[in-house]
Design a protein around this ligand. Structure first.
Ligand code: MN
Ligand code: MN
Length: 323
């Protein structure tokens, strides 16, 4: 049992609609907090959507995700995992982006994560659009390329948009491969679907050895079989997990900018994250929740429920590493 300081506020003590909403009702621990160095897993908001090419809004994601995360309780009833007792989890606040400058925002995000990693903290991120993953990977994969398990309707592997713009939420993993942040042979993309501009992204994936599991194959094989292959591709090496909420069918997750029909339901959305157990996860993100397109908060509640599953897996990795 970890330090009482890091325990979430229980709904048995203070009703869950009361209090200041931090991620999963954990303590808010900034860089200058005297317990910063004691944090094992830090949950971080990246309220930034300057990479969005269509419907915006994920800059408002972290605030709504924090609000809905007050619904999360301490135990994963399916697995018995109690992550907040296994390791010290905290809300590390938001990265302050520069909404008028994409490159400056990315530099600010990378600097924030450099600081977090220097303290030995594993980051779990609430986006933000999917371009957020690139500056995070620049910090996390600075010394060696990582494997990656990627849930999404889209590959986000395009070369550029609008005749040469290199940084959008459709290009982060093209840049990450080019910059040597990912080992493409240890990257798998699951749930890919929808209409396409062309096959340029998939041609790149094939040439680099990135494994794409389109939604047709996903449903044909089933979640257990697909995730067994994903774990095999990631292997035992260090692996990043990136989860675009548009992986989920828009009937369950309408609050996102680029929805694609014909996706997994909310139960499978949780199962794919739970079945990451055994992967050497070094960081994860949940991106593309756009509150203006789902003011009921349903999409955000699914988002934080996925984050809780990711946290349970990460807590296991961390607890085994620290003995
Ligand atoms: Mn994406
Ligand atoms: Mn997507």
């Amino acid at each position: 049992m970890s330090d009482v300081f890091f325990q979430p506020v229980s709904g048995m003590d203070l009703p869950r609609f009361a209090g200041v909403p931090t991620f999963m009702r954990l303590p808010l621990v900034g860089f200058d907090h005297d317990r910063f160095g004691d944090v094992d897993i830090g949950i971080i908001g990246v309220p930034w959507d300057s990479g969005t090419t269509n419907r915006p809004g994920p800059r408002h994601g972290p605030r709504q995700l924090r609000d809905l995360s007050t619904m999360i309780r301490a135990e994963n009833a399916a697995t018995g995992v109690r992550p907040f007792e296994a390791v010290n989890c905290a809300d590390l606040g938001d990265v302050g982006p520069n909404p008028a400058d994409i490159v400056d925002s990315m530099d600010r995000i990378t600097a924030f994560y450099d600081h977090v990693l220097k303290a030995g903290i594993m980051p779990l991120t609430a986006g933000g659009d999917h371009l957020s993953s690139l500056p995070i990977l620049r910090a996390l994969a600075r010394d060696r390329p990582l494997g990656m398990i990627h849930f999404d309707s889209h590959t986000d592997l395009f070369h550029s948009y609008f005749g040469g713009t290199m940084f959008t939420h459709g290009t982060p993993f093209r840049r990450a491969v080019e910059e040597g942040l990912l080992d493409p042979k240890r990257v798998v993309q699951i749930g890919i679907r929808g209409t396409a501009y062309d096959m340029e992204d998939r041609d790149f994936a094939r040439a680099e050895g990135i494994r794409i599991i389109p939604i047709e194959e996903y449903f044909k094989r089933g979640v257990d079989d697909v995730m067994a292959e994903a774990r095999e591709i990631a292997g035992t090496g260090e692996t990043y997990v990136t989860y675009d909420i548009d992986f989920v069918d828009p009937s369950f997750a309408p609050g996102t900018g680029t929805p694609e029909v014909g996706g997994p339901n909310s139960f499978e959305a949780l199962m794919v994250a739970r079945l990451l157990e055994g992967v050497n996860v070094v960081g994860a993100d949940l991106v593309e929740v756009s509150p203006p397109f789902d003011q009921t908060g349903g999409t955000a509640f699914l988002g934080v429920s996925i984050m809780f599953e990711l946290l349970c897996v990460m807590a296991g990795v961390r607890a085994r590493a620290t003995g």
